[in-house]
Design a binder for this molecule. Structure first.
Ligand code: CA
Ligand code: CA
Length: 339
């Protein structure tokens, strides 16, 4: 019997290939508001004005986190103004609709909805902050359907407005803040790490706010520097652990965020150990885990939290028992000398 000269890929291989092709599909921007018009929208009321806003409006706290030069900002003439904006029809072609959203948290009166057959099937509201954050809806079940978006502001009191920008269809929704996009832009700029006041001998992160160092530790030929970091911007807030490694304490490689603020709990200062005897139980096989001990700050209390890594600090897992621990009895000094 003749042996075939080729083999047909198995079912699982085809599925894997399809998954890869699907994930690689380009994002489809529905609206970024950079045209400076509302041509693609039906506008009612007075809160949207005659064109998208160019940023912060009069008597408003600073608006940040949007892309480009324009966004929806319904703080026009203050919180008392109201209105709606309904988009043109589009076809759902990706697994998610992702967008940047900020402003008031009142789900019933300010936000954005996805409409299918005129009915609201998904909705989102603001984080009670003028700092826009990524939010996404899984819309797989509506694949191929016709849809519209409705941005609404029916609120007239405090935080009675909504900010929206960069609405897109995607198979890979972004993380909460637009850090990766901003880093990609900065890394191709001529000013990269060469600004007039950029420290050249002391460490500094590529972009955004940092304060004290945390978790200084040597492991597997690398010096690890973690530090208090705001992934959202240039002021203090959303405290998380940034991360860099060095072979010689002079040349540093920037790594992705290590321990992020999550569910309103910031990752304040702390230390890090290499648990050679795996006394924590976080290790796998005979490789010692890295264990970070830090102050979890949020919801009116501070708790000693743990996170661990089994891949030399490249990814971290928070201990599931973190919030079951009692509050800190007093301020405890860390390796960085802070609390
Ligand atoms: Ca924009
Ligand atoms: Ca309003």
């Amino acid at each position: 019997m003749r042996t075939p000269g080729f083999l047909l890929p198995s079912c699982s291989v085809w599925l894997s290939l399809l998954t890869l092709v699907s994930a690689a599909a380009e994002d489809l921007v529905i609206e970024d508001f950079e045209s400076g018009t509302y041509e693609q929208w039906e506008i009612t009321g007075d809160t949207f004005g005659d064109q998208p806003a160019s940023g912060t409006l009069s008597n408003q706290m600073a608006v940040s986190g949007f892309r480009g030069k324009r966004l929806v900002n319904t703080f026009r003439n203050g919180d008392a103004s109201v209105g709606t904006a309904i988009s043109d029809v589009f076809t759902v072609q990706r697994s998610h609709i992702a967008f940047l959203i900020g402003g008031g948290p009142h789900r019933q009166t300010v936000g954005m909805e996805l409409l299918i057959d005129g009915k609201s099937v998904r909705s989102a509201t603001g984080p009670e902050s003028e700092e826009l954050e990524w939010t996404s809806w899984n819309v797989t079940e509506f694949s191929g359907r016709q849809a519209r978006l409705r941005i609404f502001d029916k609120a007239t009191g405090g935080w009675g407005h909504i900010n929206v920008d960069h609405i897109m269809q995607t198979n890979t929704p972004p993380q909460r803040f637009d850090l990766e996009h901003k880093l990609a832009e900065y890394r191709t700029s001529t000013a990269y790490m060469d600004e007039p006041f950029r420290p050249q001998t002391h460490f500094s992160p590529e972009i955004n706010w940092m304060n004290d160092p945390n978790g200084l530790v040597f492991h597997d030929g690398e010096y690890h520097l973690f530090y208090q970091y705001n992934p959202a911007g240039n002021s203090w807030g959303h405290m998380s652990w940034g991360h860099a490694v060095s072979p010689d304490l002079t040349h540093w490689k920037h790594l992705p965020l290590a321990i992020a603020e999550e569910k309103g709990i910031m990752a304040f200062s702390g230390c890090c150990v290499v648990d050679h005897n795996n006394t924590s139980g976080f290790g796998k096989s005979d490789k010692p885990p890295m264990v970070a001990i830090y102050t979890g700050h949020g919801h009116g209390r501070q708790v000693q939290n743990l996170a661990f890594s089994n891949d030399n600090g490249r990814t971290w897992t928070k201990d599931r028992n973190n919030q079951r621990r009692g509050p800190e009895p007093h301020c405890r000094p860390t390796i960085a000398g802070a609390c």
